[in-house]
Write a protein that binds this ligand. Structure first.
Ligand SMILES: *[C@@H]1O[C@H](CO)[C@@H](O)[C@H](O)[C@H]1NC(C)=O
Ligand SMILES: *[C@@H]1O[C@H](CO)[C@@H](O)[C@H](O)[C@H]1NC(C)=O
Ligand SMILES: *[C@@H]1O[C@H](CO)[C@@H](O)[C@H](O)[C@H]1NC(C)=O
Ligand SMILES: *[C@@H]1O[C@H](CO)[C@@H](O)[C@H](O)[C@H]1NC(C)=O
Ligand SMILES: *[C@@H]1O[C@H](CO)[C@@H](O)[C@H](O)[C@H]1NC(C)=O
Length: 406
């Protein structure tokens, strides 16, 4: 067994020579950026139209056939998580098993939909550009998908596997340190991963981190999703339907605005009865009738408080000049049941500018902290580069290919 993998490793390192010594890449997707497969064996279902059992595993995320009226209710019921306030962890509903396919392969993060529907294109444009430079899929381009519904506390195994993947990729490419490219929450996952490693390990195995559209300190958008849900933009989905699933995800609680970037005096939600700031989150979640959201927030807050540079060369690439929700404002008399006006500020349409550009704080402090001493930190703000569309933006492709040539 061991011998076979050594032979495979040897073949891969021969192949890798064609990648011309460029730093190999590991792609880490954001919220919603990994494929998910489900297997059902349920004793009860909410709807008579919902299947209770499935013949093995099937693709459940960004399967456009499942995201249509009525059928969407089955989808919500199968993909929502159940929070247990004793173990402080979540689990799938009874009779549902969900797994993340394609560990290590770029395929699983280039395309969210396995059938390559255009709506499901994710890292594919970036991977294609790298291949043009001489990169090879599975050798010098790898993928690190994960269950994006969960926060770092419930993705412990992911971080262990990622370390192995980085070491393996380094070896497969003639001991060349790896570049991690993370999009959105994937950048935050990468940052957390790097914080877990020793500086010696990072110096040996990691060439750099490129964070695209990364919320380094959360986003008010997460609060908006807890309040009214999100329709994922283009798809014909109802926010309120999606909300039933979204509010059960600990990752959403992790993406709430961070104390490192929002002052306790800033009003995030305004009503005629009360103005809520970050200090009032417990009250807000109880008033919204989402007690589990408050519990999840407490579980993940320590990851937000750990607001420090990752200790490797860092590039933050992000969009600006797109109206981005900054505050929720409820009309007098509607309390939290109404539909709030979304007060907008600068950002990429999803993440507030202050969070996207937070890497600049680390740059300023660079020489004062031993952690990041001498490490390059570069920010590339791009006007009108929308949170997701940025993955197909020519300016980003040009930047990445230029950086990778160094
Ligand atoms: C489905 O669940 C039932 C009852 O929980 C169990 O008896 C049965 O073996 C399960 N079927 C499969 C295919 O796992
Ligand atoms: C834990 O959950 C149970 C059941 O939902 C609930 O009755 C209880 O109040 C919760 N406890 C805490 C501390 O939130
Ligand atoms: C990469 O590896 C996966 C899993 O072994 C395989 O299914 C896929 O076809 C490979 N892709 C390429 C481009 O070699
Ligand atoms: C909330 O803040 C607004 C201004 O930001 C103020 O006009 C209003 O009186 C405040 N409401 C309450 C209930 O404190
Ligand atoms: C910070 O340190 C780097 C490398 O050690 C040095 O080149 C740079 O001039 C320093 N910057 C400031 C503002 O002191």
């Amino acid at each position: 067994m061991c011998r076979i993998s050594l032979v495979i490793l040897f073949i891969y390192s021969l192949l890798a020579q064609y990648s011309a010594g460029f730093s190999p890449v590991i792609l880490i997707p954001g919220d919603g950026g990994s494929q998910l497969e489900a297997k059902l064996n349920r004793s009860a279902s909410t709807h008579y139209i919902c299947e209770k059992t499935s013949n093995g595993y099937f693709n459940i995320w960004l399967n456009l056939e499942l995201l249509v009226p009525f059928v969407i209710d089955c989808w919500v019921d199968n993909t929502k998580l159940v929070y247990d306030n004793k173990t402080r962890t979540t689990s799938n509903p009874e009779g549902v098993d969900i797994r993340v396919p394609g560990w290590g392969t770029p395929e699983a993060v280039e395309w969210i939909s396995p059938t390559h529907q255009k709506a499901g294109s994710y890292f594919s444009t970036i991977a294609d550009a790298l291949v043009k430079m001489g990169y090879q899929r599975n050798v010098s381009i790898r993928g690190a998908p994960y269950d994006f519904r969960k926060a770092p506390n419930e993705n412990v195994e992911f971080f262990v596997k990622l370390k192995t993947l980085a070491e393996e990729t380094y070896k497969m490419n003639n001991n060349t340190p790896v570049t991690i490219i993370g999009h959105s929450m994937g950048g935050a996952m990468a940052q957390h991963f790097l914080r877990l490693q020793t500086q010696a390990w990072k110096d040996q195995y990691i060439r750099r981190l490129i964070g695209i559209s990364t919320p380094w300190g959360g986003a008010v958008k997460a609060l908006k999703v807890f309040a009214i849900g999100d329709d994922l933009g283009a798809l014909m989905l109802r926010e309120s339907t999606m909300r039933a699933q979204q509010v059960t995800c600990p990752s959403l609680a992790w993406l709430l605005p961070s104390r490192a970037l929002w002052k306790p005096t800033e009003v995030l939600v305004t009503t005629d009865k009360y103005n809520y700031t970050l200090n009032d989150l417990q009250r807000l979640f109880l008033d919204m009738n989402l007690p589990a959201a408050w519990e999840m927030r407490k579980d993940v807050e320590r990851f937000q408080d750990d607001f420090a540079a990752p200790g490797v060369e860092l590039h933050c690439v992000y969009g600006t000049d797109i109206p981005t929700v900054e505050q929720l404002s409820y009309k007098p008399g509607t309390w939290l049941d109404g539909y709030p006006t979304l007060v907008k500020g600068d950002g990429d349409g999803t993440v507030n500018l202050r969070s996207l550009s937070a890497c600049l704080h680390w740059k300023k402090r660079r020489n004062r902290t031993t952690l990041n001493k001498g490490k390059v930190i570069k920010a590339l703000p791009l006007s009108k580069a929308e949170h997701l569309q940025i993955l197909h933006d020519q300016r980003v492709i040009d930047y990445i290919t230029t950086v990778m040539k160094n």
